[in-house]
Structure formats: structure tokens, C-alpha cells
Design a protein around this ligand. Structure first.
Ligand SMILES: C[S@@+](CC[C@H](N)C(=O)[O-])C[C@H]1O[C@@H](n2cnc3c(N)ncnc32)[C@H](O)[C@@H]1O
Length: 315
């Protein structure tokens, strides 16, 4: 088991660590939460709790990986019901053990369900969530891929996503986010929200459009800068998309700029603030990021935690 310090992120309890098991298919931080996607997601959970904007009785995470997102939600948001979903059977089993082991909440202890599920398909019809959290893979399986191998399911989505009418959403590799936003409309309570953790490697206008097109109003809660992990696979995927779709993604050479990864802005944040923050950053394409990474540079990208609520009332 690996111990990770959680006190900077969770409400303080008697024990400052989580203890996690991993397997070769599971995705999640292995040494510390700092620098991981969850550093930003936990900041968003805290903002949701502090503002009381979205009371969370039923929490769903889709693509839970090792289950740390559900453990964090249990401690920060204190929902009564937690549902953790992952497409990979062995990941779901592992997440279940990790969640049971680490959710040390005094009575009432939340009800926890962990299910193998492709997106939200395992949810019962009629189930309603107050918060659906997602950090789904972005890159389509553009090369032969054994989907069940290693942790590639955390990088690539192999299944066909809904046909997205808007070309930029597909070209900028945002289809899995669009798909989960559309599916979530069937499972949100009247005050329910979706929290999307999105690699902000795309122009902000495209992100704006993503939520509009899926039928949501949105608010950026957290803007972070993250070093690109799994760089070999991920940068290859983005290079492929640049060539295939004629678009340019946005990365930063962390060794060529005086910018420190971590949380950059806490929300609600406007896109104008994001543009002001990053206006002088030396942006590079995925092709250039790949070359610099091959030369030994660290490359990074923005991360956005975006809270979305349906434009039309849900029933
Ligand atoms: C990038 S990891 C995110 C882990 C964790 N939620 C976090 O925020 O750090 C993506 C996870 O989504 C899972 N996944 C990929 N495609 C999925 C799908 N169609 N339905 C459900 N889970 C999926 C992967 O197995 C992986 O565990």
C-alpha cells in the first residue's frame, strides 16, 4: 500500500494519509497529490462546499481510477451516497477496496457503490445525482490498441462516442466530455451539476462552445498548470490530432518559462482572467512540445475544473 498525505486537501480528520493499492490498469497519483489532476479537482470540491452553491447528497464519479476522487469527495463534500464508475473491471474492483479502506467518516457513513460501467450506463434509470465528476480520457484510439492493456484506458477512449455535430469539439478532442455532458442530462437532480476536469490544451472559445453545445451554462472554478504526464503516449496523440484535423494545441515549455505548475486561479474565473494570466506565456504546439520533451524539457498544459448546470430545467 502507498501512503499519500491528504491533510492539505481534505477536511482535517484524525489520520492525515490515504493508503492506496494500485494495479497495472489503474490511474492515480503514486507519490503525492501535488502535480496530479486531483490537486485541481479537490480545490474545486472545496470551492463547491464553501460556496454551498450545489448541495451534494448524491455524488457520482465516472472513470474513478484508483478511487481517490471518490475518497476526496467523501471527505470534502460529505455526500450521503457515492457512486464510483470505471470502464475497467479490475480498476473498479481495486477502487472499491481503496474507497472502503479510506472513507473514514463518522456516522452517518455514506452508502458506497462501485460499478464497472461504460460512461453512465450502469446507473439505474431514475437515479439522480447532485454532482457528476468526470476526468475522462480525450484521445481517440487512433492506433491499434489493446484497450485492456496497462493504463492505456486512462489515455485513450476506444469506444465510439456520439456523433458530435460541431467539428471543433471533435477536432480538439473534446468528444468524451461532450458525450458525458449529454448523458448526464438524464441523471441530474434539479439542482445537479457536472464537474468536468479538462486538459486546457485548446482555445478557450472552443471550451465555451463545448458547454453551450451540450446544453449547459458553466463556470470555471479552478485554473491549474500541470506538467504533462505519460508524455510519450499523450504528446503522440495530440501530434496525431494536429496532423489529422489541422488544429494546434497549446502546451508550455516549463523549462523555457518562469512559470511554476500548480493552482493558478480560483474561481469563479472568467475566460478574460485566463487570457490575461496566460497572455505572455510561451505557447507551443504539440509537435513542438514533443521535440522539446525529447530534448529533456518538461512540458505543461492548463487544466480547468469547470462546473456546469443544464440550461433547461431537468426533471
Ligand atoms: C484520467 S483517469 C481519471 C482518474 C480519476 N478520476 C482522476 O480524476 O484522477 C480516467 C479513468 O477513466 C476510465 N475510463 C476510460 N474510459 C471510460 C469510460 N468510457 N467509462 C468509464 N470510465 C472510463 C479509465 O479506466 C481511467 O480510470
Amino acid at each position: 500500500m502507498t501512503k499519500l498525505m491528504v491533510w492539505p486537501y481534505f477536511r482535517r480528520g484524525p489520520y492525515p494519509y490515504v493508503e492506496l493499492d494500485y494495479n497495472q490498469h489503474s490511474y492515480g497519483p503514486r507519490r503525492e497529490i501535488r502535480g496530479d489532476w486531483l490537486e485541481f479537482s479537490f480545490a474545486a470540491f472545496r470551492l463547491i462546499r464553501e460556496t454551498g452553491r450545489c448541495p451534494v447528497n448524491a455524488f457520482v464519479t465516472v472513470g474513478t481510477g484508483v478511487g481517490l476522487d471518490a475518497i476526496g469527495a467523501a471527505h470534502i463534500l460529505r455526500p450521503q451516497h457515492i457512486v464510483a464508475l470505471d470502464i475497467h473491471e479490475q480498476v473498479a474492483e481495486l477502487a472499491h477496496r481503496n474507497i472502503e479502506h479510506n472513507v473514514r467518516i463518522p456516522e452517518p457513513h455514506p452508502v458506497v457503490d462501485v460499478l464497472q460501467s461504460d460512461m453512465l450506463t450502469a446507473l439505474s434509470p431514475g437515479f439522480k445525482a447532485d454532482l457528476i465528476y468526470e476526468n475522462l480520457p480525450n484521445i481517440p484510439a487512433y492506433k491499434p490498441l489493446d484497450y485492456r492493456q496497462d493504463i492505456l484506458s486512462a489515455t485513450y477512449f476506444a469506444r465510439a462516442v456520439e456523433t458530435v455535430v460541431d467539428a471543433p469539439i471533435a477536432q480538439y478532442l473534446l468528444s468524451s466530455h461532450h458525450d458525458i455532458l449529454r448523458q448526464s442530462l438524464n441523471f441530474l437532480s434539479p439542482t445537479g451539476h457536472v464537474l468536468c476536469s479538462i486538459g486546457g490544451r485548446v482555445p478557450v472559445s472552443v471550451l465555451d462552445h463545448l458547454f453551450e453545445s451540450a446544453g449547459y451554462r458553466h463556470q470555471v472554478l479552478v485554473v491549474g498548470l500541470k506538467e504533462q504526464t505519460e508524455a510519450e503516449e499523450v504528446l503522440s496523440g495530440y501530434r496525431w490530432a494536429e496532423a489529422e484535423h489541422g488544429v494546434v494545441f497549446r502546451f508550455v515549455d516549463l523549462d523555457g518559462a518562469d512559470i511554476v505548475p500548480g493552482v493558478q486561479l480560483l474561481g469563479p474565473v472568467s475566460w478574460l482572467q485566463v487570457e490575461e494570466l496566460t497572455a505572455v506565456w510561451p505557447w507551443i504546439s504539440a509537435h513542438e512540445a514533443w521535440s522539446r520533451w525529447r530534448q529533456g524539457h518538461r512540458v505543461g498544459h492548463l487544466v480547468f475544473a469547470i462546473l456546469a448546470h443544464p440550461q433547461a430545467p431537468v426533471c
